[in-house]
Design a protein around this ligand. Sequence first.
Ligand code: KG4
Ligand code: ZN
Length: 337
Amino acid sequence: MKEPLILGIESSCDETAAAVIRGRSLLSDEIISSAQLQAKFGGVVPELASRAHTDAVDEVTSRALRSAGVKKEELDAVAVTYGAGLLGALLVGLSFAKGLAYALNIPLIGVNHIRGHLAAAYLEDAALEPPFVTLLASGGHTAILYAKTETQFEILGGTLDDAAGEAFDKIARVLGLPYPGGPHIEALAREGNPVIPMPRMLKGTGGYNFSYSGLKTYIINYVHTAEQRGEAFSRADVACSFQHAALDILIQKTVEAASEKKTDTVTAGGGVIANGYLREKLAEACRRAGLKLVIPVKRRCTDNAAMIAAEGLIQYRAGNFSPFTINAVPSIPLHMN
Ligand code: KG4
Ligand code: ZN
């Protein structure tokens, strides 16, 4: 039997994206980003994001179909992010997907964006099967999960306050770096050393939970005190010390969770997983612990539509199609399809 051909559409934040998959094979993966426009404002302006999606959604979808070499009439389903995200932004992609699915008379599949980040790993390794432990670290969510099946997850722990990406974005602002903060902190950290002692962030306690608020307050105080006293300090050392503290704990707790769950596989997803230091150290830690690591390429850690198509495939196989009355939902739990 031929594998289903699925178009994914993503518009939850500042990337308008479309991708085509055939089963777990990725045929195309297109993104038009308004991040540079948003950077001028130090973060995503919802109204600007919605307008940028309206400009880009038709073009990005045409590109995805063209580079996949498929005609829209060949598609078996349209998968689209319906939440979580910015309401107006979500509505652009969702309305477009509805129109397309309706016109083609094929199923519409509303996808939970967070579940998309988790599904990205399936495109990386066609043989990947649950159970496994997953590290999810994005701008809105940070958690360690146990995936029992493709659709059932146990949340082992998570952040008690900020998401990891949110912490990177806030510390970037303190250091005068542009939005989004993650890649800029990573670049600056390469010029520094992890020499500034940082708070422990529930190391050795709190189960698989962690907290970024103490680390954030500590760094804000460190930088402001130095600035007020007119003392010189190395922004690169601050970035590097923060990056180590923020990410080491995620790696350590993920490997511990895999050992407790007696699984031999670890996956990861979300924007923060694009971080080179994290990728290197997580790979090293998994190697030492004898764990197989499946990690999406950097482009599919940050927001993309291939992951939405991948989660769409899971729902397609489960027969979970959405009614045309489906609405955008700004905040949805991981457990919702
Ligand atoms: O998954 P994502 O693209 O969007 C959400 O669903 O939230 O994640 C965006 C977050 C931002 O906070 C961004 O600063 C962070 O991921 N991020 C990074 C890196 N690239 C993106 N954080 C650390 N290092 C990076 N290289
Ligand atoms: Zn995301």
